[in-house]
Design a protein around this ligand. Structure first.
Ligand code: ZN
Length: 349
């Protein structure tokens, strides 16, 4: 009993310290020229590599823009899917572990990835999902003229297609298996689940520049930057939610866009000033990144827009060859022998 009381006391002190640090961080005087621009990428954990490619390219019609490895554990692939060039805001990424324990989705995690489609594309998509044997629910009406189709990828990652009346001029993948007028435009939003909303609210609005848009039941919707598709986070508050366990079938982290490395460094110092434990800058070859856990436990990353995916292969051939960062080139033959071979899915319109 005493131990429990001490543990709760420590937790309260930590929360208290976090809250006051948030306030002093705000007054630090650092100036962000552009702030956070929207979602950069969302990374999840998959099972079999080929099944993952077949679903995201063959069914959803995203382009495999980069086939590389997990830089921190290079015996596992890292797949990036996106629009024609892999623009930030369109990039869903996976570590396909093959066999392994399955995770559970819950508090302290991103729980749903939502993609943006045109309002006219709803019937196309319900038909396409049926043809590919993907079970779904909806389309269901959500507030502000949004129709949502809910389904899961082959490993259980929760996905949505959001048809909305808001403008979304992003082209998607123009030469993909899905006719370009119906192609996924990029992300619409990401949903995260937290037990306690207040500290997450404080970080998002007082430090990171998000604006609270609406509050429906236990769902709080925020947007950042210019707003609209690709800039939205839904925070679901559920005090008794079990914590999620990260493994196959769950989302690992959400990355937010910043314009360049200068801004990344300014954010690193601003977030540290707000009491977040932020990593050093990591070179991800196609962008640079910092990571931290927001107070609800969700792993956030900030990632630079440049240089993008065309730095080591041409736009025409993106995703064709296994690309490795310089420091892993010496292990190429060993890695290629370990990683399962991948075939591009047969693309049929
Ligand atoms: Zn990432």
């Amino acid at each position: 009993m005493i131990l429990i009381a001490i543990a709760i006391g420590v937790a309260l002190i930590l929360i208290g310290a976090g809250a006051s640090a948030l306030k002093s961080g705000e007054g630090s005087g650092l100036h962000m020229s552009q702030g956070i621009l929207g979602i950069h990428h969302i990374t999840a954990m998959a099972g079999a590599a080929q099944k993952n490619v077949d679903f995201y390219v063959g069914v959803l019609g995203l382009r495999l823009v980069k086939k590389t490895v997990n830089f921190d554990a290079p015996d596992v692939y890292h797949f990036y899917y996106g629009d024609t060039v892999g623009n930030p805001g369109t990039i869903m990424t996976f570590f396909p572990f093959g066999e392994g324990p399955r995770g559970t989705s819950g508090a302290g995690q991103a729980t749903v990835t939502s993609f943006s489609i045109r309002h006219e594309s709803i019937e196309f998509w319900t038909q396409r999902l049926k043809e590919h044997g993907v079970s779904f629910s909806g389309p269901e009406e959500r507030s502000h003229q949004r129709q949502v189709i809910l389904f899961r990828d082959p490993d259980g990652v929760a996905l949505e297609l959001v048809a909305h009346e808001g403008a979304d001029s992003r082209p998607g993948w123009e030469d993909g298996p899905v006719p370009s007028e119906h192609a996924i435009r990029g992300f619409y939003s990401v949903t995260v689940k937290v037990r306690n909303h207040a500290p997450t609210f404080a970080l998002l609005t007082e430090v990171m520049g998000f604006r609270l848009l609406e509050e429906v039941g236990q769902r709080y919707r925020y947007e950042v930057g210019e707003g609209g598709a690709g800039t939205i986070i839904d925070v679901i508050r559920q005090q008794d939610a079990p914590y999620g366990r990260n493994a196959i079938g769950t989302i690992h982290h959400v990355a937010w866009r910043v314009a360049n490395e200068d801004e990344l460094l300014q954010w690193q110092s601003k977030l540290r000033g707000a009491g977040m434990r932020v990593t050093e800058v990591r070179d991800r070859n196609y962008f640079k990144s910092i990571y931290f856990r927001e107070p609800g436990g969700v792993l956030f990353e900030l990632a630079t827009d440049p240089p993008g995916f065309a730095i080591d292969e041409s736009v025409e051939t993106l995703g064709t060859d296994l690309k490795l960062p310089e420091w892993l080139e010496s292990s190429r033959s060993q890695l290629e022998a370990q990683l399962p071979p991948i075939q591009s899915p047969t693309i049929a319109r």
